[in-house]
Design a protein. Sequence first.
Length: 447
Amino acid sequence: MNFSDSEVVASILKKEGYELTDNSKEANLVLLNTCSIRDKAEQTVRNKLKNFNSLKKQNNKLKVGLLGCMAERLKEKLIEEEQVVDLVVGPDSYKDLPNLLNEVEHNQKAVNVILSKSETYGDISPVRIHNNGINAFVSITRGCDNMCTFCVVPFTRGRERSRSPESIIREIYELSEKGYREVTLLGQNVDSYLWYGGGPKKDFIKASNEQKKNSKRFSNLLDLIASNFPQIRIRFSTSNPQDMTIDVLETMAKYNNICNYIHLPIQSGSDRILKKMNRLHTRQEYLELIKKTREIIPNCGISHDIMTGFPSETEKDHQDTLTLMEEVKYDFGYMFAYSERPGTYAARNFRDDIKKEIKQRRLEEIINLQQKHSKERNQRFLNLTCPVLIDKSSKKSDGFWSGRTSENNVVVFPKENYSPGDIVQVTIEDFTSATLIGKAKKKSLAI
Ligand code: 5AD
Ligand code: SF4
């Protein structure tokens, strides 16, 4: 999401005459787009800021700004705590950057952290930064209304709102004209997408009958994009179990160009912990959704987010998470130790009582199990031939391309005469837990 937001910011600044540079010594303005999801993300930013003191000594014109969730969470306090920072701008205030930079030019510090109920940046064509010209992110919703008790996002990104289908289609059209082959539709909770003319999702009940009748949900949006761009692969992230609907799965099954992959965070396999996290579904409901997914899209790649050491998590709760993983057998996963975030319901009401070593040990157990499952799941590709979109050179060997299957597995294979952006039929000959290894046969008509 930050990657996508940075592209919006680059577009706003380009109109003001700014140019991008890879060389921080050459820059007169450095903007750090920040994340607050875990404490470690914030500490990384604070460490990075130390480098800018010496850069400022070398270039007295240099200004430093902090954007994103950390800006929103800490506001003016960031200017007091980090002397090197001149500018603090929250995720909904990027259009105000030209004014704020003007203030900064006059040696004032500038802050705008006002959250909006309607801003989606739908009218801005993002400038693609460091992009391979093949895959791009397209933001479709902003904010989140879910209020999971551990999560800082509702505080830093505000109320949930959706972007107009027209502006989404326009952006994808521009990408397709430039030769892009894959888009990932982005939102904190894509299944909750709802366009009824603009404004917060919560106000949908106040919409007119006409607006309600013409409203578009996520499955409608997917249908619209998939049918308009048959040559573009479509992915989306993140899905939320309580908001994911069967019509989304059916739309995925209907179109070849919607990838067979769902990222479906669970966080914990214990009903007691799920309730305490305010995740609005049970373990059983989640497992039923997985079952339905595999009925409708038999080969679907499925990944998770899991968190260990949420307040009061017992060994029994942890075992519930491990058994849930055994039941689902995910293809991939993103795993974290709980990090208390100031201001959240959990921070205000529950003690962060699981020792660091225990969180870490549980995390390792989960990571090890996931690695085992990833390898088992990868086995199903052995000797199969599947379409792979080439997106870059393999990091490990220059003679190999790296690409992805529809199910989101990384595949490497000898380069031969193929090029990035090609979709090729690759026969899988070997695999590890992280990678499929194969040989390309020919360019693919299927995508
Ligand atoms: N501590 C640890 N992990 C967190 N996540 C969100 N908030 C926290 C937190 N306070 C994880 C969740 C979420 C992913 C984006 O980050 O697993 O799905
Ligand atoms: Fe945070 Fe929950 Fe919203 Fe995800 S769904 S962004 S975890 S509040």
